[in-house]
Design a protein around this ligand. Structure first.
Ligand code: HEM
Length: 181
C-alpha cells in the first residue's frame, strides 16, 4: 500500500507558516497556513500550492544505521513539538545520472548525512516523502517536528547539511517553517 500525503499551502490549516526561504532555485508563492491531506488529489481546495509525496522504502540506509536510527528516533505528533519545517528538495540531473553506489558514497561516506543527523535524534522527528516518480516539481518533501527548545539545534543541523557535497547536487530547495496554529 502506498501512503500519499499532500502538503497544501493556503489560507487555513493546523500549521501557521512563520517563514518561507528559497535556499536554491525557483521560489514558491507565500501561503499563510499549511495542512496535510492523506490523499494524492487535493480536490477543489488546492490552496496556493499542493505538493504530493509518498512514504517509500529506504534507498541508502544500511542495517546498522537503520538499527541506530530506530533505537532513538521519535515519532511525529509529540505535543511539545509545536515547531515544524517542510523542506521540498529537487536534486540535479547529474545526481540522478549517478549509479546507486556512487550516490550512497556521496550521501554517507562523503557527506555523513546519517551520522550527522543521528546526533539530533530524538529532538528532531522526521519523515521523508519521495515524489520524483510522481512527476511534480520536487524529488523529495522532507518534514521535521521539534520543540521550541531545540530550534537552535535544528538550525545547526540544516546549516551542517547544506555545507556537504550532497547539497552541491541540490538544484531547488525551499525552507518553510511552521508553528502549530
Ligand atoms: C534522506 C536521516 C535530516 C534531507 C535521509 C536518509 C536518512 C536520513 C537515514 C536516507 C533514507 C534512505 O535510505 O533512502 C536523517 C536524519 C536527520 C536528517 C537522522 C536528522 C534529523 C535532514 C534534513 C534534511 C534532510 C534537515 C533537509 C534539510 C534529506 C533528503 C533525503 C534524506 C532530501 C533523500 C536523499 C536522497 O534519497 O537522495 N535522511 N536526515 N535530512 N534526507 Fe535526511
Amino acid at each position: 500500500m502506498t501512503t500519499h500525503s499532500t502538503f497544501i499551502g493556503g489560507n487555513h490549516g493546523p500549521w501557521k507558516v512563520t517563514h518561507m526561504h528559497t535556499v536554491a532555485g525557483e521560489s514558491l508563492d507565500w501561503a499563510s497556513h499549511l495542512r496535510i491531506d492523506l490523499d494524492s488529489t487535493p480536490g477543489r481546495d488546492a490552496g496556493v500550492w499542493a505538493l504530493t509525496g509518498v512514504a517509500s522504502n529506504l534507498r541508502y540506509t544500511e542495517r546498522t544505521e537503520k538499527e541506530a536510527l530506530t533505537a532513538i528516533q521519535a515519532g511525529l505528533g509529540r505535543p511539545e513539538a509545536i515547531c515544524a519545517a517542510l523542506i521540498p528538495i529537487r536534486k540535479t540531473e547529474a545526481w540522478w545520472a549517478l549509479s546507486q553506489d556512487e550516490r550512497r558514497h556521496l550521501f554517507e561516506d562523503q557527506s555523513h548525512h546519517i551520522q550527522t543527523g543521528l546526533a539530533y535524534l530524538p529532538a528532531i522527528a522526521r519523515k521523508l516523502y519521495h515524489c520524483r516518480d510522481l512527476g511534480g516539481p520536487f524529488d523529495f518533501l522532507t518534514w521535521f517536528e521539534y520543540a521550541p527548545a531545540h530550534a537552535v539545534q535544528f538550525e545547526a543541523l540544516v546549516n551542517a547539511l547544506r555545507q556537504t557535497r550532497e547539497w552541491s547536487y541540490i538544484s531547488r530547495e525551499i525552507d518553510i517553517r511552521l508553528v502549530r496554529a
